[in-house]
Structures are given as C-alpha cells and as structure tokens.
Design a protein around this ligand. Structure first.
Ligand code: FAD
Ligand code: NAP
Length: 342
C-alpha cells in the first residue's frame, strides 16, 4: 500500500507509558497531520487491525503484546480564536502537551486552567475522562472538539452536551469508545482570573501569600503540591489515581459513618463522594507492595510500578485492592485508567 506514513512493526511502548510497562505494539505510527492520521487509519482498516490512539500514555495499562495499530498523536498547534471583555476562546491540537498548553493560556491572559496545572498527557486525551483537579474540570471551559471517525476518516465537531461529560467520564469512555480520534479541542477561558481555592491544601499553601493570588501563583502552588505528593513518572512508574472516588448515597454514608466516624466524604449533588485514597489507606494498604506493584506511600490511591511489572501484575494488584476495600467497607472501587489486554 502506498502510505504517506511510516508504520513500524513490533515497536516497544515501554518509554511511551508512564507506568513504564513493557509492551510491544505489533504496528505503530506517529502522526503529525490529519492526512497522516487518515492514512494510518486506512492501513489499519486494510489489515483489520484495531486502532489504539496514544497521547502521553499516562492513563493506560498496556498488555505485553498488542495486536493493533498504536497511533501516537503528534498533531500540534494552538491559537487564540477570539478575545472579548469576559472570555478568551482558544483552540489546541490534540498532540499538544497539556501542562505546556495551560502555561501558554496563562501567559496569554486566559484564565481558568491554573488548577489543572501539571496534569500529564495531551490536550486530545483531556476530554476522554474530562480531566479534573482541585475543583476544576475540563468541562467547565469546554466548547467543542474535532474528532476523526476511525472507520470513515471523516472529521466531525462535538459540543459539550454531545460529549456527555461526567465525573472522570465522557461519551468517549462509553458508547463512542474506540470510534473517534480527537484532533483538536476548543475552550472558552476567562478574561479575568476567578480563583477557585476550595481545596484545603491549595488554600493553605496560598494563605502564606498576599491574600490576592495571581494565576501564576495558583499554578505554581498546584505544581508544588503535586510534586510533593505524587510520584514523578520519570522516576517511578504510575498512572496517577488508579481508582475513581466512589460516589455513594446518603444512606451508605450514614452506615459507614457509624463504624468509621472520620471517613472522608464530600457532597456530590444529592450523593456523597468518598475519598478512595482514604479507604485504601484505612484498609491497611498504603505502601503495600506485592511483587513489583504497590500503592504509593504518600498517596494510597496511586499504584506504582517498582520495576519490571507487567500490565497483568498491575491489574492483579488492583483487584486485590478492590476486594480488600469491598470486604472492609462494602464499597466498590472503579479503575480509572484504560486497560488494553495483550
Ligand atoms: P493516554 O494515556 O495516552 O490515553 C488515555 C486514553 O485516551 C486511552 O484510552 C487513549 O486511547 C485515549 N486517547 C488518547 N489520546 C486520544 C485522542 N487524541 N483521541 C481519542 N482517544 C485518545 N487525570 C486527571 O483527570 N486529573 C489529574 O489530576 C491527574 N493527575 C495525574 C497525575 C499523574 C502523575 C499521572 C501519571 C496521571 C494523572 N492523571 C490525571 C491521568 C492522566 O494524566 C489524564 O487522564 C490525561 O488526560 C491522559 O492523557 P494522555 O495523553 O497521557 O492519555
Ligand atoms: P486530596 O487533596 O488528598 O483529596 C482527596 C480527595 O478528596 C480528592 O480525590 C478530592 O476529590 C476530594 N476533595 C478534597 N478536597 C475537596 C473539596 N474541597 N471538595 C470536594 N472534594 C474534595 O487529593 P489528591 O490525591 O492530593 O489530589 C488532588 C487533586 O488532584 C484532586 O482533585 C485529584 O482528583 C487530582 N488528581 C487526580 C489524579 C488522577 O489521576 N485522576 C491524580 C492526582 C491528582 P476529586 O478527586 O474529585 O477532586
């Protein structure tokens, strides 16, 4: 086939996933344009290969041998589309690094993403789980995304309601999973800073300052907290929080509070969100290690690869954590990263 892209066979993904898992892609391509992406998809169609889009690899658990075309999304470019008194409309291509994009928005006096500083990965993956941190989610500023249909190669535009964003969730983890590759994201940011400092640690860190933090102060505080508390994937393999915080009914929370009065819970509409890290910690699993996989000492919600783990090792350990938490609290933990079995 006369393809404008280079398809590499049996390519190692070890350096391309933040858990540092050994994984081989039977077919691999890097795409820097829509033309290349379309050609890659045509190749996969012809060979009847499933397609796995890969950004920064920070939210995936990869099997040892993937019989698939793994497509690394390197589409680049960002632009300010419009600036009004209240809002700044920006657009970024899917392969842009998320944190660099956040810093770029702040440098351009477009505010709102400061709490989402230092989240690893790409712009294109951000809508997949509606990334969030410190009380801000992507959907708060989302306008639309462009995505290429994997089967047809056609590009469509999706607005917020059609993406069905939820808590670390979107339609791309549901009925449209594996059907589209996101190529660009458009956001409407604030022209004036509106600090969101409800999270205790963030508020506490900024309390030492002038009392009037600027966007860069907030971004730097978020980075500082994250660097102190979370393992750096360059040094120790991890995929951030491995489980979502479970959302339970008032009745369930009351039952749990009788036995565990200090349980950590936050209101979530008419329900309550439990801090999954607290549950894992209280189940006695903080810092626990089984083979090469363990929970991180400073934040039990993060599973780490101490070296040499396979995707299956990570999943086995995760199942043990789920079982233990279920037995102790009667609460089910749902995994956050996507698993691609080998
Ligand atoms: P990948 O891991 O490459 O892919 C994730 C999924 O999205 C895969 O299913 C992949 O196929 C799909 N995908 C990727 N790109 C595209 C595309 N262009 N089109 C269609 N599908 C695509 N998440 C949070 O929400 N909040 C946090 O605070 C946070 N902190 C983290 C901290 C650490 C240390 C780590 C390691 C992870 C953290 N995460 C957090 C998880 C992760 O960074 C985010 O989910 C991020 O958006 C994943 O981006 P990525 O490019 O690495 O995606
Ligand atoms: P934390 O501050 O120790 O808080 C524990 C949990 O309690 C968090 O998960 C958070 O839920 C919730 N929480 C804390 N204060 C809250 C408030 N004022 N209102 C509502 N909920 C509150 O958490 P952390 O582990 O250090 O992480 C800090 C932030 O970064 C969190 O928002 C977390 O989601 C995000 N983060 C995400 C990942 C990931 O991979 N998904 C990895 C690292 C950090 P929420 O998670 O709903 O915010």
């Amino acid at each position: 086939m006369n393809s404008p892209i280079n398809i590499i066979q049996n390519h190692s993904l070890k350096q391309l996933n933040t858990l540092g898992l050994s994984s081989i892609a039977s077919h691999y391509a890097e795409v820097g344009s829509e033309v290349e992406l379309r050609a890659a998809l045509a190749f996969a169609r012809q060979r009847q290969l499933p397609v796995i889009p890969l950004g920064g690899g920070s939210n995936v658990v990869l099997g040892e041998l993937l019989e698939a075309l793994v497509v690394r999304i390197n589409l680049l470019g960002r632009a300010i589309l419009q600036r009004t008194e209240n809002a700044v409309s920006v657009r970024a291509a899917a392969g842009e690094n998320w944190h660099e994009f956040v810093l770029w928005t702040l440098a351009n006096h477009a505010y709102g993403l400061e709490n989402l500083s230092l989240i690893p990965g790409t712009v294109g993956a951000a809508p997949i789980q509606n990334i969030g941190a410190y009380g801000v989610e992507l959907r708060d500023y989302f306008v639309a995304l462009d995505a290429m249909h994997i089967e047809s190669g056609e590009i469509s535009r999706f607005d917020g309601p059609s993406c069905c964003f939820g808590y670390r969730d979107s339609v791309f983890k549901g009925v449209w999973q594996d059907q589209y590759i996101i190529t660009a994201v458009t956001l409407s940011l604030d022209a004036q800073l509106k600090p969101k400092l409800d999270y205790g640690q963030l508020k506490a860190m900024l309390a030492h300052g002038t009392g009037n933090p600027q966007a860069l102060d907030i971004s730097q505080a978020v980075c500082e907290i994250r660097r102190e508390k979370l393992p750096d994937p360059q040094k120790i393999g991890n995929a951030g929080s491995f489980f979502k915080n479970p959302v339970v009914s008032v009745g369930t929370l009351s039952r749990l509070k009788k036995e565990f009065p200090d349980i950590v819970a936050y209101p979530a509409g008419t329900m309550w969100k439990l801090a999954a890290g607290w549950l894992i910690d209280r189940a006695g699993l903080r810092g626990r290690q089984q083979g090469s996989v363990g929970t991180y000492q400073k934040q039990a919600l993060v599973l780490v690869n101490h070296g040499g783990a396979t995707g299956q090792d990570v999943l086995d350990f995760a199942s043990m954590v789920q079982r233990t938490v279920d037995e102790k609290f009667g609460v089910q933990l749902e995994c956050e990263p996507r698993f691609y079995p080998g």
